[in-house]
Design a protein around this ligand. Structure first.
Ligand SMILES: Cc1ncc(COP(=O)(O)O)c(C=O)c1O
Length: 389
């Protein structure tokens, strides 16, 4: 059967995620330590779990409104006022989504015409490029280079803008590099978006996972951006709620209503029980988040120190998220080969930088969203294997 022909043309350049492949391979082997997957190893705080049970007991098992339960949209609006002093109307400027992944997809499907160009960070979160292609757009890579501390070089971004450029995706704190863009860096990107009439999709899922004196700035608070920015966020990382699948998008009414149209006819609504859990997460005590981040911080310093002690590896100190992105170019192997070798020889899953785009080649991504002890053991194994290479 000619299965290839049955697929839509726009899928032809989309490959399955290398992260899942390695993760699966690792699962099939005994005694493997995974530094591969990007989700907190914590379980959500008790009041969130309690809200799930309560919602079930109360029979909240029916469809929710397509844009999300009003109480949740109100809690999201309150969060933006509290955190950033910016007002979003819960009536028509907030959309609850199936995680940030769906929010990005919806935004692109709602905005993109065939051939429109979307500027995406490279290396960048694995969903951006496929989401652009599925929406019928053309992804254009913004190189995120080690020499620029894994931030976009503004002159370079300017040179990539054409008459077809329509959207720019910004992701800070950043996956996979762990960089956090400064106020000035975001302001420059914002100015560029205004001058070139670009819509900004700002993926801020790691907003609370930052270290040292790094500060997170919400993109829509910059001059001229409120009206052209869709801020995407999620409960997955901040509250360790990855499997509950709740996220959201906030933005100007015309863009959010276009996204709602797509949402209505694709998923209809987000899981009702999970939305009650999300309300509890936002309205309940927030100490869970700071405790989790301080644990990530200890692991971050361990990974950073130990990687830099290994011969042939150079690692920039990450300021956000829970990833280290070491340079492994000295090993003269592709990052894909090196990851497979490390899985075989060291029984440690790491993600090849190339999984995040071609500018990620020569790097590995190590997630430190696993216990301190496992990370220590994983690094011991990596160190021993690397000495042998
Ligand atoms: C930058 C970024 N955006 C979005 C997501 C997806 O989040 P969600 O679970 O809310 O779909 C991830 C998950 O790894 C991510 O790293």
């Amino acid at each position: 059967m000619q299965t290839r022909k049955r697929r839509a043309e726009r899928l032809k350049n989309i490959k399955a995620s290398a992260i899942r492949r390695l993760f699966r391979l690792g699962k099939q082997m005994p005694n493997v330590i995974s530094l591969g997957i990007g989700e907190p190893d914590f379980i959500p705080p008790p009041h969130v779990l309690e809200a799930v049970k309560q919602a079930m007991d109360d029979g909240k098992t029916h469809y929710a409104p397509s844009d999300g339960i009003l109480e949740l949209r109100e809690a999201i609006a309150k969060k933006f006022s509290h955190d950033y002093g910016i007002f979003y109307n819960p009536e028509d400027e907030i959309l609850v989504t199936v995680g940030a992944t769906e929010a990005v997809s919806l935004a692109l499907q709602a905005l993109i015409n065939p051939g429109d160009e979307v500027l995406i960070p490279n290396p960048g979160f694995v969903c951006y490029e496929p989401a652009v292609l599925i929406a019928g757009g053309t992804p254009v890579s913004i190189p995120i280079l080690e020499r620029d501390c894994f931030k976009p070089d503004i002159e370079n971004v300017i040179s990539l803008i054409t008459s077809k450029s329509r959207v720019i995706i910004i992701n800070s704190p950043n996956n996979p590099t762990g960089s956090v863009f400064s106020y000035d860096e975001l302001a420059e990107l914002g100015k560029l978006a205004v001058e070139n009439d670009l819509i900004v999709i700002s993926d801020e899922v790691y907003e609370k996972i930052i270290y040292d004196d790094a500060k997170h700035y919400c993109s829509s608070t910059f001059p001229g951006l409120r009206e052209r920015t869709i801020v995407v966020n999620s409960f997955s990382k901040t509250y360790a709620m990855t499997g509950l699948r709740v996220g959201y998008a906030v933005g100007p009414r015309d863009l959010i209503s276009a996204m709602l149209l797509v949402q209505q006819f694709t998923v209809a609504c987000v899981d009702t029980v999970a939305q009650y859990a999300a309300i509890a997460a936002l309205e309940g005590p927030q100490d869970f988040v700071s405790t989790m981040v301080s644990m990530f911080d200890k692991r971050r310093m361990l990974v950073y120190r130990r990687l830099n002690e290994m011969e042939g590896i150079r690692c920039t100190l990450p300021n956000g998220a829970f990833y280290a992105f070491p340079n492994v170019k000295e090993f003269k192997r592709s990052s894909g080969e090196l990851s497979e070798l490390l899985l075989k020889e060291a029984k440690v899953v790491v993600t090849p930088g190339s999984a995040f785009g071609r500018y990620g080649e020569g790097f590995l991504r190590l997630s430190y969203a696993t216990s301190y002890e496992k990370i220590e053991e994983g690094l011991d194994r990596l160190g021993r294997a690397i000495e042998r290479f």
